[in-house]
Design a protein around this ligand. Sequence first.
Ligand SMILES: O=C(O)[C@H](O)COP(=O)(O)O
Ligand SMILES: [Mn+2]
Ligand SMILES: [Mn+2]
Length: 559
Amino acid sequence: MGSSGFSFKLADHPKLPKGKTVAVVVLDGWGEAKPDQYNCISVADTPTMDSLKQGAPERWRLVKAHGTAVGLPTEDDMGNSEVGHNALGAGRIYAQGAKLVDLALASGKIYEGEGFKYIKECFENGTLHLIGLLSDGGVHSRLDQLLLLLKGCSEQNAKRIRVHILTDGRDVLDGSSVGFVETLENELAKLRERGVDAQIASGGGRMYVTMDRYENDWDVVKRGWYAQVLGEAPYKFRSAVEAVKKLREEPKASDQYLPPFVIVDENGKPVGPIFDGDAVVTFNFRADRMTMIAQALEYESFDKFDRVRFPKIHYAGMLQYDGELKLPSHYLVSPPEIERTSGEYLVHNGVRTFACSETVKFGHVTFFWNGNRSGYFNSELEEYIEIPSDSGITFNVQPKMKALEIAEKTRDAILSQKFDQVRVNLPNGDMVGHTGDIGATVVACKAADEAVKMILDAIEQVGGIYVVTADHGNAEDMVKRNKTGQPLLDKNGNIQILTSHTLQPVPIAIGGPGLAPGVQFRKDVPNGGLANVAATVMNLHGFEAPSDYEPSLIEVVDN
Ligand SMILES: O=C(O)[C@H](O)COP(=O)(O)O
Ligand SMILES: [Mn+2]
Ligand SMILES: [Mn+2]
């Protein structure tokens, strides 16, 4: 026990034993919805997940994965990987970035913090650059927050502002980028009327420009660097609306993958490269797809690509994206202080932990799970394995992704008996669902189901326990619907493909030969959400959860 009286020591569970291998499997983007042709999970052959469902209600149930249950501002906010895995790992509901930024903007506190003061030092003689995702998806950023920030910065005397946009089409409908750019242009025009020199300076699709994650493909960040910092891109336009409209005319074009472009003046000169003395804000609140660009903007010593020029700027993130690396060191809004996560507790109580996914989701079961903290709590007791993802492709061309490899590594970890917990993320339903390719998403769901089977078979062999759940919906609904649930058609009579996550609940199943007799889901937590899973898992390891955790979903009944 430390001098504060706090201890990571967990009490023994009065009824449940220790020493069972517990597999915690997260199917990314796997929600529960009525079966129909746009529900790729119901269309796909998924015998393993189907058999788990037979365990309802004692060993299979649904939990909430969106809105306030995961710390988002409203019930209209779909879940996402960051808030989902934060809740799964932390066992408590934290007001998340989206909400914290809303509050800071509404109260004006955002302009009083150290981060804003730091960028404001450049307002007199330099340009303020705002870089981020332009949509109302609410997963990484929100357009309304950007507009408030622009207004606020101009009121705080920013005289020259350049916005570097990343088009979405992943958390919102493909094609919606044009409308978002028009909205932004209108607001910038109003600022210009008030004497602020404000313009869009560059752009590109989020998956091709800037927003890579977990170092899957540094070229993505490099393309952004060239457009945003150096003012160099393969496409040059006089206006961003024109740019997006024109680039979308290419046969296979999509908002997510638009090539980089820069806006030029009447002489063909880029209007907004980043120079010494400028201020830069990355206005996304979500961490995973911002840490790479944050490194490029902040680190003096950097070898991921040749930056050509490294301007001396004042850089701040909307939030601090990595609490362990303190990256970036300046930020406008303090991130949620997610501490004492279940992973940290369990490691302190001797639980040997294995975590695995492929690159594109690796940080979900490590970084997000541990409260946006990179690295091990105790490298002697933990092993995190990253299977390299394919890069430079859209995952509808490889819908099986690395599910088999993840399952094999996890199986081997279970059979080695070197770990008490194995924790994995199976990305298929989500990553392929985001492509909007229904056929490929069906293949993806089958692959994820097969991976679950391999992991559960290994758990069977060692007499262990499994917890199978998901972080939010995606693959279970691939069409935009009206209020009564009917698919919406576009003006050509085609269905509107939904590439984003959903508001659906997700399943959770428990079982395995090591599950003590009498363990079942309680009936008195009907509104349980992802944050209730951590206490559940702690119980299955033979521990009581800390008293401030959301309640466990399980009870032990006497047979
Ligand atoms: O970053 C992404 O890929 C999407 O915006 C959200 O998907 P995720 O929350 O499942 O990562
Ligand atoms: Mn996810
Ligand atoms: Mn997703």
